[in-house]
Design a protein around this ligand. Sequence first.
Ligand SMILES: Nc1nc2c(ncn2[C@@H]2O[C@H](COP(=O)(O)OP(=O)(O)OP(=O)(O)O)[C@@H](O)[C@H]2O)c(=O)[nH]1
Ligand SMILES: [Mg+2]
Length: 397
Amino acid sequence: MAKYPRIREQHVAVFGESGSGKTVLVSSFFGPTQEGSYKNDLWDLVADDTGQGNRLYQNYLGMRDNATAPMATRFANTTYYFSLKLRGADLDAAKKRPFDVLRLAWHDYPGDWFQDEPSSDEERNRRTDTFRSLLKSDVALLLVDGQKLLDYEGQEERYLKSVLGNFRQNLLRLKDDLLSGEGRLVEFPRIWILSLSKADLLPDMDVHAFRDLVILKAAEEIESLRTTLQQLIDTPDALAIGEDFMLLSSAKFQLASNAGAPVEIDLTRRVGVDLVLPVASLLPLERRVQWQSRLTIPMKVLDSLADGAELLAAGLTGGKFVLLEKALARLPKTGKASKVAARVVPILAEAVELAGPKLREMNEQARAQHDYLRATLTQLKLDLEQGVADNVMRKAK
Ligand SMILES: Nc1nc2c(ncn2[C@@H]2O[C@H](COP(=O)(O)OP(=O)(O)OP(=O)(O)O)[C@@H](O)[C@H]2O)c(=O)[nH]1
Ligand SMILES: [Mg+2]
């Protein structure tokens, strides 16, 4: 067993063109947790690097107090490391929990890196490296800019085809570099969520209307993108794109009547931002169970698809961690997926199937027992459920 605190790391990959809202999103995710009035009874969110955290908080305050959005990101990428530290580390219950800290690595980079050709070999290498680090995520958010949909109202296909097409071109350009190592990639985001950014600009569009629009206007481009992604990966069937959708708004931007600079940025009115954490941490577990029941997936792919899924499942259901560890220890490392599935899937499935009143009950129970890990994971799952109920998130069937 690792030393304390035990850390589980999860990467967040947000792909979007320049101006699509990536930096504002990460600022709006982090900023509120740093306000004096912020309350969370289950965990604390801290930036591992104080300087980085302060810069993000500065972005947030600039928006909140001065209605000024951060500058466009230029030249360099930044990876923000956030640690979600579970409360109650000193309690007895904590000794048995599989992890104490959920670390999020959130990569922010200049969107124009994926629009223009690099100017030198060095530049090209830097971009490939950034891209590679983005590919460590299990889930990727692919941003569709709400402002652009408005600009192209009535002919949204022009924007949608271009944004999806450009992204695909970039992948093709990077393909040889990405595959130059060991061939097809095992570790790769396998859930690509088409995400409407700046959803506050389209108040009448719920996630289903967004999906309908994207599919009506750009179904072929999504298919081409799927084919291109599949060419990059081991077990190409284990890939979801064009199946999951979500809405995102980092704040309500109030514009003066003649457009121009915003007069107010209301960061208390966010949409979907609080879903990023549950999506990044729980959706891979869910998908893993779904796919395992339908497809034959090699163990190495399953493991990378939702690494630590067992720990999450144990954390969710509570009490079964020891049992699970034993089951896992008995499995041959190179075993056939079917054998592994037979032992582990029921436990994962039980965690995934937790829903509705039962989930709420477990959450309340965990809170009462000061089991902060289970309380947190069941809370994230409740949040995800709420996002679906509110038509902010649509998951693959
Ligand atoms: N209405 C609305 N506007 C937003 C939102 N998020 C960002 N914007 C606007 O979009 C602009 C660009 O956002 P950024 O987050 O800087 O975009 P980016 O994706 O980081 O762009 P690059 O750094 O160039 O890659 C901001 O200055 C805001 O004016 C949002 O949630 N709602
Ligand atoms: Mg930026």
